[in-house]
Ligand binder design. Structure first.
Ligand code: B12
Length: 213
């Protein structure tokens, strides 16, 4: 059985420890973080969403599974090799009331693995507090993910607020997520600097930025 299917089976049977062991073996092998995310975590979450939509699993199990995946992503940090600090910093935020955050958490690990300083802000940060934070701390990049269309208005509002800060306090904004139609939507309508349709595209962008000092 493919590792992704084994992983899903462990999650569906609430075998968190086995799921964790499988991931550690995979991650410690010749594979790196990106294939773990794109070949195991993302297809598993998509499949869990389909099972839920079809009524094969209920919302309780779906919540439990997303919680376990969340935990596994956080645990990966301890197994990352030391990478040289490249003086770049990045912040992650789900806009407005958006609750889907797992992709942002995976993105955070990709940045960490490349030597970036990361700030994970989580949900419900008032824009005024964010502005105070950006005055005090240099942040080069802000990464946003929007899954549901109903959160596009608050996304646009957030981007407009960031863009009206003095240039020196403004991070560049990268956005992705299934609510974003295409690059034109992301850049022209929402006002982001970059659109990233997948974690692989984001990883390429990270590799292009060598230094922020
Ligand atoms: C886990 C989960 C939850 C968890 C989230 C927990 C957490 N901490 O994140 C909880 C239980 C909170 C949740 C809640 C809800 N959810 Co939900 N959820 C999911 C599930 C199963 C996985 C989400 C996930 O992490 N996906 C990650 C990956 C797999 O996919 P992706 O979002 O498509 O992203 C891809 C690209 O867009 C890109 N990408 C996305 N963002 C970014 C950002 C950057 C920077 C980059 C580079 C790339 C990128 O990378 C991915 C891979 O290529 C999905 C199923 C699915 N198909 O995704 C449903 C799903 C997204 N949820 C759905 C729904 C309806 C809801 C609720 C409205 C349910 C409800 N009635 O309460 C609420 C909404 C809450 C809210 N206010 O936001 C629907 C959305 C349908 C739609 N588009 O309208 C889905 C698709 C399930 C379904 N099949 O119906 N959910």
């Amino acid at each position: 059985m493919k590792i992704q299917q084994q992983f899903l089976q462990h999650l569906l049977q609430e075998e968190e420890e086995e799921a964790q062991k499988l991931i550690m073996q995979y991650h410690l092998g010749p594979h790196s973080l990106l294939p773990l995310f794109t070949e195991v975590f993302v297809p598993t979450l998509t499949e869990v969403g389909d099972l839920w939509e079809k009524g094969i699993i209920d919302i309780t199990r779906e919540h439990l599974i997303s919680h376990v995946v969340d935990h596994l992503i956080a645990n990966l940090e301890s197994s990352l090799p030391e990478s040289p600090n490249i003086q770049c910093s990045v912040m992650f935020m789900p806009p407005g009331a958006e609750e889907h955050q797992l992709i942002l958490k995976m993105a955070e690990q990709l940045f960490k693995a490349n030597g970036w300083k990361t700030y994970y802000m989580g949900r419900s940060i008032p824009i005024s507090s964010l502005e105070v934070f950006l005055k005090e701390i240099k942040v080069d990049l802000l990464v946003l993910s929007v899954t549901l269309e109903k959160h596009l208005n608050s996304t646009e509002h957030l981007i407009t607020a960031i863009k009206s800060l003095p240039a020196i306090e403004q991070p560049k904004i990268v956005i992705g997520g299934s609510a974003i139609r295409d690059k034109q939507h992301a850049l022209q309508q929402l006002g982001a600097n970059e659109y990233s349709p997948s974690l692989s595209a984001l990883n390429q962008l990270i590799k292009q930025i060598k230094n922020c000092a």
